[in-house]
Design a protein around this ligand. Structure first.
Ligand code: NAD
Length: 495
């Protein structure tokens, strides 16, 4: 990217006027209490916007407007809903650079990633569900003669979504697109750190013709706004991505309120198994670096545990070190390859603590330094730890930063046992040129997605979600409609 482009993104960032007010009932609103909260960018600490600090009163108002909008929206033909969603996608495309800049400034991701992955990926998911919804039919099961039965999928009503800060637009759209396409209305709470891109996107939805109240974005804290949504008696379903700890509170809230349906994507500790018989060790190392360090390692399915067969361990480590250079932090606005900042200085401190433990209880194989860029120290080198005892926390807990741990193994059985020795079950990868081994190991790994000879495979058409404490319910694919619809049997007895 040229100096011209660099100065352009910087200048555009300086000129941005960002509206941080909530989006309720089709327009921007302050919190009913008038409370506000300033938000700043992790890339350099610059102030970004003043957010509405919403509370319970605002949640009630948003849910009631979403309820009012539900009947007309759910009765609109699937083709008409598709039309509105496609018009929204087109407007997001027109405003793609603005959305990408907001996403970069708010989350610390590099502009090269937000312009080429986050925003195009979000639009692609929206289009995929818009296109899917008028092609789905019900069933007519066989029943005894003298009757006929139809099984249809019905929208649930008002859906709440609570989403995290690591992919603010994309994960929001994983919930919004299938929920709205299938006729529900929604109240979505973004993470406190990253509300700006989805607020602007919701404004574009209104411009594209989405009726008032169908999509509401309510800014505020998890403890107040998130909990109020989880306990609300008029919310029919709740879709969540975030930590396992918060997932537990949501299950309790559902039980204590109206048994609202939950879908939970609660993170993971995913393993990448590299067998000595893999045909291209350099490719395995390149993809392993992507799997561990992409998005500053802040990925729920991050392959942060790399298990390598002992005979190729040292060669692999050298290749991984070379490949990790592509994820060295750089100025996020410079349009360069490389990582951006982590989500905050506080989170960087937490991740650095894991590096400290790795250094004192094992060793740092490479990386480990914290960098100062644009006057902020929320930047970390891609780091690999080693020499840590089996069962160490580093092997089992989610670090959520650019820190992977490398562990040698001898046999296939040992590798599978190590990979499955975690409370999570979101994803796993494996590298081998032996077809039988690929099938055998894939079937033995307890994970929602197993990638063979690649890492972290993901697409609109394939379900994404976990086993064990990674949660339940699936984002993406036609299966996501199961989170937002219930089947209804209509049995007609002939007279
Ligand atoms: P979190 O689970 O605390 O927050 C995720 C969302 O839940 C946010 O919108 C937050 O406001 C909301 N929330 C928080 N407390 C709530 C409550 N009591 N009731 C309802 N909603 C509530 O995650 P975090 O603080 O952003 O990160 C903590 C850890 O969670 C990370 O270090 C990482 O391990 C994990 N995480 C996982 C994912 C993922 O994609 N699975 C994403 C982000 C974080």
């Amino acid at each position: 990217m040229t100096n011209q482009t660099l100065s352009t993104w910087d200048a555009r960032a300086d000129e941005l006027q960002i509206d941080g007010r909530a989006f309720i009932g089709g327009s921007r609103r302050d919190a009913a209490s008038g409370a506000k909260r300033e938000t700043s960018s992790p890339i350099d600490g610059r102030p970004l916007a003043v957010l509405s600090a919403c509370g319970v009163e605002d949640v009630d108002a948003a849910v009631s407007l979403a309820r009012r909008a539900f009947t007309p929206w759910s009765r609109t033909s699937a083709e008409s809903r598709k039309g509105v969603l496609l018009a929204w996608a087109a407007l997001m495309e027109t405003h793609a650079e603005e959305l990408a800049l907001l996403e970069c400034l708010d989350s610390g991701k590099p502009i090269l990633q937000t312009t080429t992955v986050d925003v195009p990926g979000t639009i692609s998911t929206l289009r995929w569900y818009a296109e899917a919804i008028d092609k789905i039919s019900g069933e007519m099961p066989a029943v005894p003669s003298g009757a006929t039965a139809m099984v249809t999928r019905e929208a649930l009503g008002v859906v709440a979504a609570i989403v995290p800060w690591n992919f603010p637009l994309e994960i929001a759209m994983w919930k919004i697109a299938p929920a709205l396409a299938s006729g529900n209305t929604m109240v979505l709470k973004p993470a406190e750190q990253t509300s700006l891109s989805i607020l602007r996107a919701a404004e574009l939805a209104a411009e594209a013709g989405m009726p008032e109240g169908v999509l509401n974005i309510i800014t505020g804290s998890g403890r107040e706004v998130g909990a109020a949504l989880a306990h609300h008696m008029d919310v029919d379903a709740l879709a969540f991505t975030g930590s396992t700890a918060v997932s537990r509170t949501l299950l309790e809230a559902s039980g204590q309120s109206n048994l609202k349906r939950l879908s939970l994507e609660a993170g993971g500790k995913s393993s990448n198994l590299v067998f000595a018989d893999t045909s291209d060790l350099a490719l395995a190392a390149e993809k392993a670096a992507f799997g561990a360090f992409y998005n500053q390692g802040q990925v729920c399915s991050s392959n942060s545990r790399i298990l390598v067969q002992r005979s190729v361990h040292d060669e692999f480590l050298g290749l991984l070190r070379e490949a990790a250079a592509a994820y060295a932090p750089a100025d996020p606005l410079a349009g360069l390859e490389g990582n951006g900042s982590l989500i905050s200085v506080g989170h960087t401190n937490d991740v650095e603590e894991w590096i400290h433990r790795g250094r004192t209880e094992g060793s740092v194989l490479f990386g480990g330094e914290r960098l100062d860029i644009r006057g902020s120290d929320a930047y970390l080198e891609p780091t690999v730890l080693g020499g840590l005892a089996a069962g160490h926390d580093v092997h089992r807990e989610e670090i959520f930063g650019p820190v992977a741990v490398l562990q040698p193994f001898d046999t296939e059985e040992e590798a599978v046992a190590m990979a499955n020795d975690t409370d999570y079950g979101l994803a796993a990868s494996l590298w081998t040129s032996d077809l039988s081994r690929a099938h055998r190991v894939a079937s033995e790994l307890v994970a929602g997605t197993v990638s063979v000879n690649t890492v972290d495979a993901l697409g609109n058409s394939t379900p994404f979600g976990g086993f064990k404490q990674s949660g339940f319910g699936r984002d993406l694919s036609l299966q996501a409609f199961d989170n937002y619809t219930a089947s209804k049997t209509t049995w007609i007895q002939f007279g």
